[in-house]
Ligand binder design. Structure first.
Ligand code: ADP
Length: 563
């Protein structure tokens, strides 16, 4: 690829001429070098890849046609100055940019842009340094391309793991920064990633660079700041210690949003607790979910449950251990009797509760007694430590996850069906047995209506549960994909009718979900649109992200949401 070539992308963004595209790409190549620019001009460039080999052209777990959400080009800035220059260039022709960090974003759209033809801005390729790990303050400062795995490796190779732990989600390949800005979760006591961030550096849509919280206050005591570019200057010494700073707290504007491009993020790390014990509690009957959730609520609120524990449906665990064929020749959803049979075969319950104890032995002992006594009210529950379970048990995987060691084992549940792909449906539920049963009932019924098994998990936050329904489908089965589209649209409506909303979503249904957050004549969306149009008048950053459209796109929004 050279800057004199004529480029013909497979798709252009709305209202952009081919000549404008070419002008933009040529200038971008001049800026970042041709090795950092890829124009998507042929179907041959579109492969689904795999989790370990993620592509940035489109969503590998496509629920519509493979190229429905497609980039025109992928550009990887080398540094903050490049990001600023690209943003300024984009403003000239209103070119939409879709920033990603690593671009896995599995089950929520991958690296694909909401508006086809956008430039996917691959922030992680070159900007991938762990800038600081501070032991005394127990925090780190990272660039977009640092994955959970990278950060863990950094702690291990610098002999810091005995001092600090990080929090990891189910899979270790995502970016620390992208996951936190998307408000993703992990499973240690630091599982709410957004809660644990402190200080953001952001390129605004006009190209200006901003630091939030205490980061807005320069650190005067460091003479070495003299002559350094703003992005290279040390942060205020309290920026990673106190997230709020002074005045309006604007960090939220850069979370699940399209107000800026995040270039650095501070995250709190957990001091090594000095002792750890993971455990599994199996719940034999399907409706034990109700009693278990009511037991969990006071324990979690009172912090006897210290981490983000999970209540996993039997099929989530079963799917990590084998595909559907290894349990049954049925293609239709498995019946309750068959689920009981699988649970028995695997030595698990219909629901399985994975938690952990943190701290020195006496503390763990007291907490374990409390947890055990409370759960013992459910007839037939069984308690396990990892060493009581088979070598390949899910508890042995969760044992790592709940102490912040990244793994990839849970990738396997995607292969439950042939050509497995997945889509997450993620409503929030009260930590109440009744709510959990109702939400499970509504979601399972709809999954089964389209011929899919219900696979899901409740991750227990401080006062709510993220219910993650894992919709696993055959990406080569076009009829099944149509059914999956119907399923997610119907689930959103069903849940809204019960007063449940989703915490995060796939690109395809961002508009629908934003439409459900419509209290008092859409005042939430309207305010977001006012901000968006003020901050990004040319509508260049991630138009349509979370259902927030800049005014240029308003007349097209209906067309874009149709699928
Ligand atoms: P993952 O970390 O799972 O690989 P991504 O890098 O794809 O996830 O990020 C998920 C989403 O978060 C993106 O689609 C984008 O909306 C948002 N995002 C990621 N990185 C940035 C960033 N540096 N600036 C702004 N938004 C970002």
């Amino acid at each position: 690829m050279s800057e004199t070539m004529e480029f013909r992308p497979m798709v252009l963004p709305p209202n952009l001429l081919l000549s404008e595209f070419n002008g933009f790409i040529r200038e971008t190549i001049r800026l970042v070098g041709c090795e950092n620019v890829e124009v998507i001009s042929s179907k041959d460039q579109i492969h689904d890849g795999s989790y370990m080999d993620p592509r940035h052209t489109h969503d590998p777990h496509h629920i519509m046609e493979q190229d429905y959400f497609l980039a025109s080009a992928i550009v990887a800035p080398r540094n903050v100055a490049d990001v600023q220059a690209i943003v300024r260039l984009a403003n000239k022709v209103s070119f939409p940019l879709w920033p990603i960090s690593i671009g896995r974003n599995s089950g929520y759209g991958g690296a694909a842009p909401r508006v086809s033809g956008s430039i996917v801005l691959n922030m992680g390729k070159n900007m991938n340094r762990v800038l600081e790990v501070n032991v005394e303050g127990a925090y780190c400062l990272v660039e977009p391309g640092v994955t959970f795995h990278d950060l863990h490796d950094y702690l291990v190779s610098n002999n810091l793991r005995d001092k600090l732990w990080l929090d990891v989600p189910d899979l270790g390949g995502g970016s620390v920064l992208g996951n936190a800005t998307e408000r993703g979760v992990g499973y240690t006591p630091y599982g709410d990633h957004w809660m644990m961030h402190s200080g953001m550096e952001v390129v605004l849509p006009n190209g200006e660079l901003l630091r939030t919280g205490m980061g807005a206050l320069p650190d005067p005591r460091r003479p070495e700041t003299m002559g350094l570019k703003p992005e290279d200057q040390p942060w205020n010494k309290t920026a990673q210690l106190f997230p709020y700073g002074f005045g309006p707290y604007i960090d939220g504007l850069f979370s699940q949003s399209n107000m800026g491009i995040v270039t650095k993020l501070g995250m709190w790390l957990m001091p090594n607790p000095g002792g750890y014990q993971s455990y599994l509690i199996t719940l034999p009957r399907d409706d034990d979910l109700k009693q278990a959730v009511d037991i969990i609520r006071p324990l979690r609120l009172g912090m006897a449950l210290q981490n983000v524990p999970t209540i996993r449906h039997i099929l989530l665990d079963a799917a990590v251990l084998g595909d559907k064929r290894s349990y049954s020749y049925k293609t239709e959803p498995l019946s309750d009797e068959e689920l009981d049979e699988i649970a028995k075969q695997l030595g698990l319950g219909r629901w399985n509760f994975y938690g952990a104890l943190y701290g020195p032995e006496p503390i763990r002992k007291v907490l374990w007694e409390t947890v055990k006594e409370a759960f013992s009210a459910i007839p037939g529950v069984k308690f396990y430590f990892p060493e009581d379970t088979p070598e390949n048990s899910i508890l042995r995987v969760r044992d790592k996850t709940m102490q912040g060691i990244p793994t990839y084992d849970e990738l396997k549940w995607i292969d439950w069906v042939p050509n497995g792909a997945h889509l997450f449906f993620s409503p929030i539920a009260k930590v109440s047995g009744e709510d959990a049963m109702l939400q499970y009932g509504v979601t399972r019924k709809r999954c089964e209506e389209v011929g899919l098994d219900f696979i899901g998990t409740f991750t227990v936050g401080m006062r709510e549960m993220h219910h993650i329904v894992c919709i696993v489908f055959n990406r080569k089965d076009l009829i099944q994909k149509k059914k999956v589209q119907w399923l997610i649209r119907t689930l959103i409506d069903d849940c809204a009718a019960n007063g449940w909303g989703e915490y995060r979503t796939h690109l395809a249904v961002m508009d629908q979900i934003m439409g459900t957050y419509n209290w008092n004549n859409d005042s939430f969306l309207k305010f977001n649109e006012i901000l968006k149009n003020a901050v990004d008048p040319n509508g260049i950053i991630a138009p349509g992200k979370s259902g927030v459209w800049p005014s240029q796109y308003r007349h097209m929004a209906c067309e874009l949401v149709k699928f």
